[in-house]
Write a protein that binds this ligand. Structure first.
Ligand SMILES: CCCCCCCC(=O)SCCNC(=O)CCNC(=O)[C@H](O)C(C)(C)COP(=O)(O)OP(=O)(O)OC[C@H]1O[C@@H](n2cnc3c(N)ncnc32)[C@H](O)[C@@H]1OP(=O)(O)O
Length: 160
């Protein structure tokens, strides 16, 4: 990030950056971020690592608009959340997003392909610190810093 993350998304001194464990997560069909069956979802593919960085991409379609012809900020934030989540998955434990900070730097037109990168900046106890960014045509368009919290498996049990 060229702008520092806030205090809540900056790892404390002594936090470690563990090695990530591939394979990346498999997609859940119904997931807005990665599912093939999610109507109007963004259908990210978790394609693995380049060193310590996860890379993926998605294309903005009309269903993702906020202002006419431009991507909704929430869609871009969701895409970053998903990319960061894939890195959290590769830490080898179960995490959910607790806090997601996002900077929107340039408008992203419908039809754009957003190239996403995400990485871990540290783990401290149950807290994992992640950062990511999205480029369009080589230009930084959106970036995020997040705090993910480790949860037990029961967190994902189906609700009635
Ligand atoms: C491949 C998969 C990709 C998936 C990508 C998508 C990922 C997602 O979007 S997950 C869905 C969105 N997130 C959620 O639904 C989470 C909902 N929230 C929760 O379930 C709970 O609030 C949860 C689990 C985050 C924390 O609750 P709990 O387990 O009781 O922990 P809690 O004791 O409150 O917090 C633990 C620590 O984290 C800190 N913390 C928790 N939330 C935050 C926050 N928002 N900001 C800052 N710190 C926080 C607490 O202050 C505490 O710190 P400390 O230990 O220093 O006192």
């Amino acid at each position: 990030m060229t702008t520092p993350a806030s205090a809540k998304t900056t790892p404390p001194t002594g936090a470690v950056v563990p090695a990530l464990k591939e394979p990346p997560p498999t997609e859940y069909d119904g997931c807005f971020g990665c599912g093939d069956q999610a109507s109007d979802g963004i259908r990210l593919k978790h394609t693995g690592l380049d060193g310590k960085v996860a890379e993926t991409a998605f294309t903005v379609v009309e269903a993702h608009q906020g202002a006419p012809g431009l991507a909704h900020g929430g869609i871009l934030a969701a895409a970053l959340d998903e990319a960061l989540g894939s890195v959290a998955w590769m830490l080898g434990k179960r995490y959910v997003t607790g806090r997601l900070e996002t900077d929107f730097l340039t408008p992203v037109p419908v039809g754009s392909t957003v190239q996403l990168r995400a990485w871990c900046t540290g783990v401290d106890g149950r807290k994992a610190y992640l950062e990511g960014e999205g480029h369009v045509d080589g230009k930084l368009a959106v970036r995020a810093a997040a705090l993910f919290i480790e949860v037990p498996e029961e967190h994902f049990e189906e609700r009635p």
